[in-house]
Design a protein around this ligand. Structure first.
Ligand code: ZN
Length: 135
């Protein structure tokens, strides 16, 4: 069966660390993320799966308010309150802030907003990407 799909690309900057990681990811560091938001479904009266601008409006607004230029840390990370006390913007996740979990969170935000999202491809670096998709 054939379906139509669209992909909108978003980008933002963030910092994180992965507690318990045995390499450099255990330390605070940052990434320039590139996110591919894939939506699939039937075409509307205008011939669109979903307006590219609607994907941007929903997710870019959320990312700007929640993650852009912030430290994304796991709830319970002891550095979080130190940064917050110093006025640094911190966003807490209920899971380790890996590319995998960030992809999942964006998928949930997109789906909750009613976008026909089928996959989030989260590029943490130019060579490393995590996928969260509808099964
Ligand atoms: Zn990292």
């Amino acid at each position: 069966m054939q379906t139509h799909g669209v992909v909108r690309i978003l980008s933002f900057c963030y910092g994180h660390r992965i507690r318990g990681h045995e390499g450099g990811c255990a330390h605070l560091h940052g990434h320039n993320a590139r996110v591919e938001v894939e939506c699939r479904g039937p075409l509307d009266a205008l011939g669109m799966v979903v307006d590219f601008g609607e994907i941007r409006r929903v997710l870019e607004t959320w990312i700007d308010a929640s993650w852009d230029h912030r430290m994304i840390l796991e709830r319970g990370d002891p550095i979080a309150h130190v940064l917050a006390e110093r006025g640094e913007p911190v966003h807490l996740l209920d899971a380790p802030p890996t590319a995998e979990n960030l992809a999942r969170r964006l998928f949930e935000v997109a789906a909750a907003a009613g976008l026909p999202v089928t996959a989030i491809r989260f590029w943490e670096t130019e060579r490393s990407m995590a996928i969260y998709e509808a099964s």
